[in-house]
Design a protein around this ligand. Structure first.
Ligand SMILES: *[C@@H]1O[C@H](CO)[C@@H](O)[C@H](O)[C@H]1NC(C)=O
Ligand SMILES: *[C@@H]1O[C@H](CO)[C@@H](O)[C@H](O)[C@H]1NC(C)=O
Ligand SMILES: *[C@@H]1O[C@H](CO)[C@@H](O)[C@H](O)[C@H]1NC(C)=O
Ligand SMILES: *[C@@H]1O[C@H](CO)[C@@H](O)[C@H](O)[C@H]1NC(C)=O
Ligand SMILES: *[C@@H]1O[C@H](CO)[C@@H](O)[C@H](O)[C@H]1NC(C)=O
Ligand SMILES: *[C@@H]1O[C@H](CO)[C@@H](O)[C@H](O)[C@H]1NC(C)=O
Ligand SMILES: *[C@@H]1O[C@H](CO)[C@@H](O)[C@H](O)[C@H]1NC(C)=O
Ligand SMILES: *[C@@H]1O[C@H](CO)[C@@H](O)[C@H](O)[C@H]1NC(C)=O
Ligand SMILES: *[C@@H]1O[C@H](CO)[C@@H](O)[C@H](O)[C@H]1NC(C)=O
Ligand SMILES: *[C@@H]1O[C@H](CO)[C@@H](O)[C@H](O)[C@H]1NC(C)=O
Ligand SMILES: *[C@@H]1O[C@H](CO)[C@@H](O)[C@H](O)[C@H]1NC(C)=O
Ligand SMILES: *[C@@H]1O[C@H](CO)[C@@H](O)[C@H](O)[C@H]1NC(C)=O
Length: 745
């Protein structure tokens, strides 16, 4: 053993001192081997960036490298046995965050190392290739290079790692291919092989090669561009294989011709998305060890009767988008029928299944946690016996987009997510809900009546979607224990009363849509404190009073829609803090186009100049109010604007020439104001006028092309057809004041 003569006494002394203080565990630690310490420091020198600080504890002046983060040494010999330094992902940005640099060949000096995990780091180095020298680290039993963005090919030198048990080369998103895999069987003790995302399209012999590694227990070849799985094997060597993942390849041949149906000891089989077709083979019925079977996104046609009846150990069955049709009753008959089924996840979405949910479904599968029957043709009602099942484990129930009718029965007590939107369910809500529900999606049905007070017991709710139903009355005001709400969708019902007060206690609100109801109250001032709010839609209600000034403090707001209410007072003074309407990026997804719609209210005063700072705004509608003053000159800074409607106000002065800068503008309406002066020129405005010839109507003072009235004279005699143009605007004013008056009565 090659111990550093100076470090050992020092360490012993340290240990004794610590022992005296009573803090050190009893066994003596052995300092690391200097040669290995130098190898680790060389590795550190190959790292150019370490944003997670993985190597902070790796210090030149700390002699005991066995205490460095990620390093494990033998207690007896001091040799490094494990080096485990995985990075991670920044989930907000979908970015890899870990070590950047290259893997130093000096690691070869760790000649006792058994476990090397450098996953999720940018360690591809300047060459981008998987280093060949890794094949000389003979003592390795575990090698994990998952998610390092290597390119090129996997070096056959890895075939020298005869002690390897675990090899994980998955998710190397750089694009690695592997043509000659004949070296793999030299890994004679391999138990676990994950090659997910490696291009094996040229390795047509893959089943023969894998069959020569009898020690394999887990084989993952998902997304490997495998061309077929119908090779014929004469003898099965893979007697220990428990997990086989061949999902996301391009087999394009009948199910029955796959080579693996004789592997009756398989516990996990994933064939999702492979263009497999025709019937499943009868042999599947004998694979009684199966716990997980996923065959989604293939073309099974129909399911043979009784096929899966004996698969008593099945816990997960995923048949999403794989059948071309089926009858619920018959399909149910082909599922496992064992006396106590272990099935906990059943997915049959998007299969054209007709018929109704059999009453026995829930009794047959008492351990069902997830049931997804969405997007089918299922008729009839939700079986009332769901509620009677005291022992029911059901947590996720998704039967959206079917043809269910009747009332919603009492729901399983443990339910946490329910999506039954887009059916024909009717009647009132059940009187009680399970307390664990966090997601409740009931929209697009014919549900009616008041929301029961018991609704408030669902204190973990974060998503509520009751839109497009016939609900009426107040939304419960007292749900003060609901603090986690992020999404509240109530649009298109007959809700009345005040803005739900309990929302003040919800700090994570992102989406509020109360549009098209009969809500009537002032807008709460605390709305300006909901920093995560992305969408606030309150249009088509009877909200009144002023717009709270600090609504413009919301940094993430993308859509503000307060149209068609009775709001009065001025527009908010400052728009400059609406950062979400300045960002162009698709951070919130394409679904949230930045827009601001305050039309059809009773707003007065001018349009603040700062509105021009909302550079990402696509739609701005301030029409049908009582706004006056000039159109802000800087309006041309709203570079993303596609639609601008300022019609039916009392705006005066000239049309700013900057309007012609707006190259994406496809909709413009300035009609029925008091605008005057020359209309700015510009081909964009010319084209718009051709498409919207009414866009300048009702502005007596406007002149110049494209209008017929020219600007030469000081005061034009009134031309026929322009005289009473502003009457529509005035009618709007009267209507508006009537509405405001009505609010005060
Ligand atoms: C080495 O020491 C650690 C920490 O006390 C202990 O958990 C581990 O089991 C020991 N290993 C061996 C091989 O003795
Ligand atoms: C390899 O590393 C990845 C990412 O750290 C991890 O998810 C995976 O489980 C590891 N593979 C094995 C076989 O342990
Ligand atoms: C490792 O494998 C390569 C290619 O398979 C071979 O040429 C080389 O001799 C092997 N090296 C050792 C040290 O076994
Ligand atoms: C293989 O790797 C992929 C990608 O990292 C992962 O999703 C999958 O779970 C792994 N397979 C196994 C059996 O661990
Ligand atoms: C079974 O595995 C052994 C050991 O790797 C190998 O020699 C033999 O050729 C394999 N048999 C088949 C049919 O692949
Ligand atoms: C697979 O099973 C079928 C039917 O049991 C049998 O005819 C065939 O020989 C088996 N194939 C292998 C390779 O064991
Ligand atoms: C295997 O499937 C491919 C299509 O993926 C087909 O072209 C080939 O003829 C099939 N081979 C056998 C032996 O069935
Ligand atoms: C229900 O589905 C089965 C199987 O696809 C089909 O044969 C039958 O005609 C369907 N019944 C109705 C009423 O559509
Ligand atoms: C489904 O099959 C059952 C039994 O064969 C039959 O009674 C029922 O009418 C079928 N339903 C549909 C919608 O085809
Ligand atoms: C209900 O959920 C709780 C907590 O998740 C769990 O402990 C309990 O076993 C579940 N009840 C049933 C019947 O599965
Ligand atoms: C409702 O279901 C139909 C048929 O599956 C589908 O086309 C439609 O997009 C769904 N609508 C909603 C709002 O989910
Ligand atoms: C918004 O106004 C309310 C009431 O005036 C106040 O309590 C709150 O702190 C303000 N919020 C912000 C972010 O300015």
């Amino acid at each position: 053993m090659n111990m550093n003569p100076t470090s050992k006494p020092l360490l012993l002394l340290g240990s004794l001192l610590l022992l005296a203080a009573g803090t050190l565990p009893l066994q003596a630690t052995t300092a690391c081997v200097p040669r290995e310490r130098d190898a680790l420091l060389a590795f550190k020198r190959g790292i150019t960036s370490d944003p997670l600080g993985l190597l902070i504890s790796w210090k030149e002046d700390d002699h005991d490298c066995c205490r460095w983060r990620g390093v494990t040494c033998s207690n007896l010999t001091g040799h490094v046995l494990r080096l485990h330094l995985n990075g991670g992902y920044d989930l907000d940005r979908f970015e890899l965050v870990g070590l950047v640099g290259e893997i130093s060949p000096q690691l070869l000096h760790l000649d006792h190392i058994e476990h090397l995990d450098l996953s999720i780091n940018s360690l591809e180095g300047p060459s981008g290739q998987i280093p060949k020298f890794l094949g000389s680290m003979n003592s390795l039993r575990y090698l994990n290079l998952s998610s390092i963005p290597f390119t090129g090919t996997v070096p056959p030198q890895l075939g020298n790692l005869s002690n390897l048990r675990y090899l994980d080369l998955s998710d190397m998103e750089g694009g690695v291919h592997l043509t000659d895999i004949s070296w793999l069987p030299r890994l004679g003790s391999l138990k676990f092989l994950n090659l997910t995302y490696i291009d094996l399209s040229a390795a047509s012999d893959w089943p023969y090669v894998m069959n020569m590694i009898p020690s394999l227990r887990v084989l993952s070849l998902s997304f490997c561009r495998l061309q077929r799985a119908n090779q014929s094997l004469t003898h099965f060597n893979l007697t220990k294989l428990e997990k086989l993942d061949l999902s996301m390849n391009y087999f394009d041949h009948p199910y029955a011709s796959c080579w693996f149906w004789n592997l009756t000891i398989l516990k996990f089989l994933d064939l999702s998305q492979n263009r497999l077709y025709d019937q499943l083979p009868i042999a599947l019925g004998d694979m009684t060890s199966l716990r997980v079977l996923r065959i989604s996104n293939n073309d099974l046609g129909s399911m043979a009767p009784n096929l899966l009846r004996n698969l008593c150990n099945l816990e997960v069955l995923d048949l999403d988008e794989s059948l071309s049709g089926g009858n619920m009753t018959e399909l149910f008959g082909s599922l496992p029928q064992c006396s106590s089924s272990k099935l906990s996840e059943l997915k049959m979405s998007y299969n054209n299944i007709n018929g109704s949910l059999p009453a026995g479904l829930f009794r047959q599968f008492p351990n069902l946690v997830t049931l997804d029957m969405s997007i089918n043709l299922i008729t009839g009602s939700l079986p009332v016996e769901i509620a009677n099942m005291e022992t029911m484990a059901m947590e996720y129930l998704d039967i959206r987009s079917n043809k269910l009718s009747g009332q919603i029965p009492l729901l399983p007590r443990n339910l946490s997510a329910l999506d039954i939107h887009n059916n024909s369910l009717s009647g009132p809500l059940p009187s009680e809900f399970g307390v664990n529900i966090y997601m409740l999606i009931l929209s697009h049905n014919h549900l009616s009546g008041h929301i029961p007070g018991s609704f408030c017991k669902m204190q973990y709710l974060d998503t509520i979607d009751l839109a497009n139903n016939l609900f009426e009355g107040d939304f419960p005001q007292q749900c003060f224990s609901m603090k986690d709400i992020k999404v509240l969708l109530l649009s298109n019902n007959r809700f009345a009363g005040t803005f739900p007060a309990f929302l003040e206690g919800c700090t994570q609100l992102q989406i509020i849509d109360l549009s098209r109801n009969n809500f009537s109250s002032k807008l709460p001032k605390w709305i300006g404190d909901k920093k995560d709010l992305v969408l606030l839609r309150l249009s088509y209600n009877a909200f009144s009073g002023v717009i709270p000034d600090n609504i413009t403090n919301l940094p993430n707001l993308r859509q503000l829609d307060l149209a068609a209410n009775s709001l009065s007072g001025n527009l908010p003074r400052s728009f400059t803090k609406l950062e979400g309407m300045k960002r162009e990026d698709g951070y919130y997804g394409s679904g949230s186009v930045p827009e601001d719609d305050l039309s059809s209210n009773c707003l007065i005063g001018g349009i603040p100049e700062q509105i021009a700072s909302l550079a990402a705004l696509k739609n701005l509608n301030l029409s049908r109010n009582n706004l006056n003053g000039k159109i802000p000159y800087k309006i041309g800074s709203l570079q993303s604007l596609e639609s601008l409607d300022l019609s039916r106000n009392n705006l005066s002065g000239e049309i700013p020439s900057t309007l012609s800068n707006l190259s994406y503008l496809s909709d413009l309406d300035l009609s029925y104001n008091n605008l005057s002066g020359t209309i700015p020129s510009g081909s964009q405005l010319g084209t718009l006028y051709m498409e919207h010839p009414d866009m300048y109507n009702g502005n007596n003072g406007l002149c110049g092309p494209p209008l017929r009235r020219n600007c030469s004279g000081d005061i034009e005699p009134r031309q026929h057809g322009y005289g009473d143009d502003n009457k529509a605007g005035h009618a709007g004013v009267v209507e508006c004041f009537l509405r405001v008056m009505h609010d005060y009565l």
